[in-house]
Design a protein around this ligand. Structure first.
Ligand code: 8IG
Length: 279
Protein backbone atom coordinates (compact mmCIF):
# COMPACT_ATOMS: atom_id res chain seq x y z
CA UNK A 1 0.00 0.00 0.00
CA UNK A 2 1.30 3.46 -0.81
CA UNK A 3 0.40 6.56 1.14
CA UNK A 4 -0.19 9.87 -0.60
CA UNK A 5 2.60 12.22 0.50
CA UNK A 6 1.45 15.39 2.32
CA UNK A 7 1.31 18.35 -0.07
CA UNK A 8 4.01 21.00 0.29
CA UNK A 9 2.80 24.22 1.96
CA UNK A 10 2.86 25.85 -1.48
CA UNK A 11 0.74 23.12 -3.04
CA UNK A 12 -1.70 23.34 -0.12
CA UNK A 13 -2.03 27.08 -0.78
CA UNK A 14 -2.75 26.33 -4.45
CA UNK A 15 -5.53 23.99 -3.32
CA UNK A 16 -6.98 26.65 -1.01
CA UNK A 17 -6.90 29.22 -3.82
CA UNK A 18 -8.66 26.82 -6.19
CA UNK A 19 -11.39 26.16 -3.63
CA UNK A 20 -11.70 29.91 -2.98
CA UNK A 21 -12.25 30.53 -6.71
CA UNK A 22 -14.87 27.76 -6.77
CA UNK A 23 -16.79 29.06 -3.73
CA UNK A 24 -16.69 32.75 -4.68
CA UNK A 25 -16.87 32.46 -8.47
CA UNK A 26 -13.92 34.88 -8.56
CA UNK A 27 -11.09 33.52 -10.69
CA UNK A 28 -8.40 35.90 -9.43
CA UNK A 29 -8.16 38.26 -6.46
CA UNK A 30 -6.05 41.43 -6.59
CA UNK A 31 -5.28 42.70 -3.08
CA UNK A 32 -5.32 40.80 0.22
CA UNK A 33 -5.81 42.16 3.73
CA UNK A 34 -5.16 40.50 7.04
CA UNK A 35 -7.03 42.15 9.90
CA UNK A 36 -5.43 42.00 13.32
CA UNK A 37 -6.63 42.67 16.84
CA UNK A 38 -8.85 45.73 16.97
CA UNK A 39 -9.30 45.95 13.17
CA UNK A 40 -12.54 43.99 12.84
CA UNK A 41 -14.82 47.04 13.24
CA UNK A 42 -12.94 48.72 10.37
CA UNK A 43 -13.55 45.80 8.01
CA UNK A 44 -17.09 46.71 7.09
CA UNK A 45 -16.00 50.06 5.60
CA UNK A 46 -14.26 48.17 2.79
CA UNK A 47 -17.48 47.16 1.07
CA UNK A 48 -18.87 50.55 0.13
CA UNK A 49 -22.01 48.79 -1.13
CA UNK A 50 -22.91 47.86 2.47
CA UNK A 51 -22.14 44.17 2.06
CA UNK A 52 -23.90 43.73 -1.28
CA UNK A 53 -20.59 42.99 -3.02
CA UNK A 54 -19.27 40.61 -0.35
CA UNK A 55 -19.11 36.83 -0.13
CA UNK A 56 -18.15 35.57 3.32
CA UNK A 57 -16.72 32.12 3.99
CA UNK A 58 -15.45 30.27 7.02
CA UNK A 59 -11.67 29.93 6.68
CA UNK A 60 -12.13 26.27 7.50
CA UNK A 61 -13.99 25.88 4.17
CA UNK A 62 -10.57 26.24 2.55
CA UNK A 63 -7.91 23.49 2.71
CA UNK A 64 -5.15 24.05 5.25
CA UNK A 65 -6.83 26.57 7.58
CA UNK A 66 -7.73 25.93 11.20
CA UNK A 67 -10.33 27.74 13.34
CA UNK A 68 -9.52 31.12 14.92
CA UNK A 69 -8.22 30.95 18.47
CA UNK A 70 -8.37 34.54 19.75
CA UNK A 71 -11.32 36.61 21.05
CA UNK A 72 -11.94 39.44 18.60
CA UNK A 73 -10.67 37.35 15.66
CA UNK A 74 -13.47 35.92 13.56
CA UNK A 75 -12.55 32.81 11.57
CA UNK A 76 -13.97 34.28 8.39
CA UNK A 77 -12.62 35.32 5.04
CA UNK A 78 -14.39 37.77 2.75
CA UNK A 79 -14.19 38.27 -0.98
CA UNK A 80 -15.20 41.85 -1.77
CA UNK A 81 -15.74 43.27 -5.25
CA UNK A 82 -14.81 46.95 -5.40
CA UNK A 83 -16.51 48.68 -8.26
CA UNK A 84 -14.24 50.68 -10.56
CA UNK A 85 -14.35 54.44 -9.97
CA UNK A 86 -12.75 57.05 -12.20
CA UNK A 87 -9.30 55.75 -13.11
CA UNK A 88 -9.43 53.02 -10.42
CA UNK A 89 -10.32 49.68 -12.08
CA UNK A 90 -12.61 47.04 -10.57
CA UNK A 91 -10.79 45.12 -7.85
CA UNK A 92 -11.34 41.90 -5.95
CA UNK A 93 -10.23 42.02 -2.32
CA UNK A 94 -9.49 38.98 -0.20
CA UNK A 95 -9.94 39.89 3.46
CA UNK A 96 -8.90 37.57 6.26
CA UNK A 97 -10.76 38.54 9.45
CA UNK A 98 -8.44 36.36 11.50
CA UNK A 99 -4.91 35.01 11.41
CA UNK A 100 -3.01 32.08 12.88
CA UNK A 101 -0.43 33.29 15.39
CA UNK A 102 3.00 31.81 15.95
CA UNK A 103 2.17 31.32 19.64
CA UNK A 104 -0.59 28.84 18.77
CA UNK A 105 2.13 26.28 18.17
CA UNK A 106 0.71 25.10 14.81
CA UNK A 107 3.99 25.84 13.08
CA UNK A 108 5.26 28.57 10.81
CA UNK A 109 3.60 27.16 7.67
CA UNK A 110 0.19 27.52 9.36
CA UNK A 111 1.05 31.14 10.26
CA UNK A 112 1.73 32.09 6.63
CA UNK A 113 -0.87 29.89 4.89
CA UNK A 114 -3.20 32.86 4.33
CA UNK A 115 -0.42 34.84 2.69
CA UNK A 116 0.50 31.95 0.42
CA UNK A 117 -3.17 31.39 -0.42
CA UNK A 118 -3.51 35.09 -1.32
CA UNK A 119 -0.50 34.83 -3.62
CA UNK A 120 -1.85 31.65 -5.23
CA UNK A 121 -5.22 33.41 -5.69
CA UNK A 122 -3.51 36.05 -7.81
CA UNK A 123 -2.96 38.88 -5.30
CA UNK A 124 -0.10 41.26 -6.11
CA UNK A 125 -0.16 43.18 -2.82
CA UNK A 126 -1.08 42.49 0.78
CA UNK A 127 -2.01 44.76 3.67
CA UNK A 128 -0.94 43.27 6.99
CA UNK A 129 -2.54 44.91 10.02
CA UNK A 130 -2.14 44.22 13.71
CA UNK A 131 -2.83 45.51 17.17
CA UNK A 132 0.32 46.17 19.17
CA UNK A 133 1.99 47.95 22.03
CA UNK A 134 3.64 51.32 21.42
CA UNK A 135 6.93 52.57 22.86
CA UNK A 136 6.32 56.20 21.95
CA UNK A 137 4.29 57.76 24.79
CA UNK A 138 2.75 60.16 22.25
CA UNK A 139 0.97 57.23 20.57
CA UNK A 140 -2.27 57.09 22.52
CA UNK A 141 -4.35 53.87 22.27
CA UNK A 142 -6.11 53.99 18.90
CA UNK A 143 -3.19 55.52 16.98
CA UNK A 144 -2.40 53.87 13.61
CA UNK A 145 1.32 53.65 12.73
CA UNK A 146 2.83 52.57 9.40
CA UNK A 147 5.39 49.78 9.72
CA UNK A 148 8.66 50.93 8.14
CA UNK A 149 10.69 47.82 8.99
CA UNK A 150 10.73 44.95 11.44
CA UNK A 151 12.83 42.96 13.88
CA UNK A 152 11.80 39.31 13.97
CA UNK A 153 12.53 37.91 17.44
CA UNK A 154 10.83 34.58 16.80
CA UNK A 155 14.13 33.25 15.48
CA UNK A 156 12.16 31.51 12.73
CA UNK A 157 11.61 31.86 8.98
CA UNK A 158 8.74 30.63 6.81
CA UNK A 159 11.32 29.74 4.17
CA UNK A 160 13.18 26.45 4.25
CA UNK A 161 16.32 25.72 2.27
CA UNK A 162 18.95 27.80 0.50
CA UNK A 163 16.61 30.55 -0.67
CA UNK A 164 18.14 33.89 0.23
CA UNK A 165 15.25 36.33 -0.04
CA UNK A 166 16.11 40.05 0.03
CA UNK A 167 14.19 42.01 2.69
CA UNK A 168 15.41 45.51 1.85
CA UNK A 169 12.32 47.72 1.55
CA UNK A 170 10.15 44.80 2.73
CA UNK A 171 7.44 47.30 3.72
CA UNK A 172 7.06 49.16 0.42
CA UNK A 173 7.96 52.86 0.63
CA UNK A 174 5.54 53.44 -2.27
CA UNK A 175 2.58 52.15 -0.25
CA UNK A 176 3.58 54.12 2.87
CA UNK A 177 3.68 57.27 0.73
CA UNK A 178 0.26 56.41 -0.65
CA UNK A 179 -1.09 56.16 2.90
CA UNK A 180 0.29 59.57 3.75
CA UNK A 181 -1.43 61.14 0.77
CA UNK A 182 -4.67 59.97 2.41
CA UNK A 183 -3.67 60.69 6.05
CA UNK A 184 -0.61 63.02 6.24
CA UNK A 185 -0.38 62.69 10.06
CA UNK A 186 0.50 58.99 9.97
CA UNK A 187 3.73 58.20 11.84
CA UNK A 188 5.88 55.20 11.07
CA UNK A 189 7.91 52.81 13.18
CA UNK A 190 9.89 49.59 13.45
CA UNK A 191 7.77 46.63 14.55
CA UNK A 192 9.35 44.07 16.85
CA UNK A 193 7.73 40.65 16.90
CA UNK A 194 8.08 38.72 20.15
CA UNK A 195 6.94 35.08 20.18
CA UNK A 196 4.23 35.67 22.86
CA UNK A 197 1.63 34.81 24.01
CA UNK A 198 2.71 36.59 27.18
CA UNK A 199 3.29 40.31 26.89
CA UNK A 200 6.80 41.67 27.37
CA UNK A 201 8.38 42.56 30.66
CA UNK A 202 9.29 46.23 31.04
CA UNK A 203 12.98 45.24 30.59
CA UNK A 204 12.15 43.51 27.29
CA UNK A 205 10.30 46.61 26.11
CA UNK A 206 13.38 48.73 26.97
CA UNK A 207 15.49 46.21 25.02
CA UNK A 208 13.19 46.52 21.99
CA UNK A 209 13.71 50.28 22.12
CA UNK A 210 17.50 49.97 22.37
CA UNK A 211 17.43 47.64 19.36
CA UNK A 212 15.64 50.31 17.33
CA UNK A 213 12.05 49.18 17.77
CA UNK A 214 9.02 51.41 18.25
CA UNK A 215 6.18 48.86 18.29
CA UNK A 216 5.90 45.45 19.99
CA UNK A 217 3.57 42.67 18.91
CA UNK A 218 3.07 38.97 18.25
CA UNK A 219 2.41 38.73 14.52
CA UNK A 220 3.15 40.11 11.04
CA UNK A 221 6.90 39.56 10.52
CA UNK A 222 6.70 35.93 9.37
CA UNK A 223 3.76 36.81 7.11
CA UNK A 224 5.66 39.74 5.62
CA UNK A 225 8.64 37.50 4.85
CA UNK A 226 6.40 34.90 3.18
CA UNK A 227 4.71 37.67 1.21
CA UNK A 228 8.04 38.96 -0.05
CA UNK A 229 9.10 35.43 -0.97
CA UNK A 230 5.88 35.16 -3.01
CA UNK A 231 6.60 38.48 -4.75
CA UNK A 232 3.80 40.46 -3.10
CA UNK A 233 4.12 44.15 -2.31
CA UNK A 234 3.61 44.62 1.45
CA UNK A 235 1.91 47.37 3.41
CA UNK A 236 2.02 47.00 7.21
CA UNK A 237 -0.15 49.07 9.53
CA UNK A 238 -0.16 48.73 13.31
CA UNK A 239 -2.92 49.99 15.53
CA UNK A 240 -1.33 50.96 18.84
CA UNK A 241 -3.89 49.62 21.26
CA UNK A 242 -1.85 50.03 24.44
CA UNK A 243 1.37 51.59 25.63
CA UNK A 244 3.95 48.79 25.91
CA UNK A 245 4.64 47.37 29.39
CA UNK A 246 6.51 49.81 31.58
CA UNK A 247 5.89 52.79 29.26
CA UNK A 248 2.75 53.40 31.29
CA UNK A 249 2.07 52.14 34.83
CA UNK A 250 -1.14 50.37 33.82
CA UNK A 251 -1.14 46.56 33.45
CA UNK A 252 -1.97 45.18 29.97
CA UNK A 253 -5.39 43.76 29.28
CA UNK A 254 -6.82 42.21 26.09
CA UNK A 255 -10.20 43.94 26.53
CA UNK A 256 -8.33 47.27 26.26
CA UNK A 257 -7.19 46.13 22.82
CA UNK A 258 -10.70 45.45 21.58
CA UNK A 259 -11.96 48.77 23.00
CA UNK A 260 -9.18 50.77 21.29
CA UNK A 261 -10.17 49.08 18.03
CA UNK A 262 -13.81 50.07 18.42
CA UNK A 263 -12.83 53.66 19.24
CA UNK A 264 -10.47 53.95 16.25
CA UNK A 265 -12.68 52.03 13.81
CA UNK A 266 -13.89 54.93 11.71
CA UNK A 267 -10.38 56.36 11.15
CA UNK A 268 -9.03 52.89 10.28
CA UNK A 269 -12.00 51.98 8.10
CA UNK A 270 -11.76 55.24 6.22
CA UNK A 271 -8.01 54.80 5.74
CA UNK A 272 -8.38 51.25 4.38
CA UNK A 273 -11.30 52.15 2.15
CA UNK A 274 -9.39 55.04 0.60
CA UNK A 275 -6.04 53.29 0.20
CA UNK A 276 -7.00 49.85 -1.04
CA UNK A 277 -8.52 50.92 -4.39
CA UNK A 278 -5.30 52.82 -5.13
CA UNK A 279 -2.87 50.00 -4.37
I1 8IG B 1 -2.88 44.29 20.93
O1 8IG B 1 1.95 45.30 24.19
C1 8IG B 1 -1.09 43.96 21.59
N1 8IG B 1 -0.39 42.94 21.14
N2 8IG B 1 3.91 41.65 22.28
N3 8IG B 1 2.92 43.49 23.25
C2 8IG B 1 2.85 42.45 22.40
N4 8IG B 1 1.80 42.18 21.66
C3 8IG B 1 0.77 42.99 21.77
C4 8IG B 1 0.74 44.08 22.63
C5 8IG B 1 1.89 44.34 23.42
N5 8IG B 1 -0.45 44.68 22.50
Amino acid sequence: MTETPAPTPYALAEQAAARLAELTGVERHDVALVLGSGWLPAADALDGAGGANTTELDVTDLPGFSAAAVAGHSGKVRSIRLEGQGDAPERHLLVFLSRTHYYEGKGVDAVVHGVRTAAAAGCRAIVLTNGCGGLNPAWMPGTPVLISDHINLTGRSPIVGARFVDLTDLYAARLRELCRTVDPDLDEGVYVQFPGPHYETPAEVRMAGILGGNLVGMSTTLEAIAAREAGLEVLGISLVTNLAAGISDAPLDHSEVLEAGRAAASRMGDLLARIVPRI
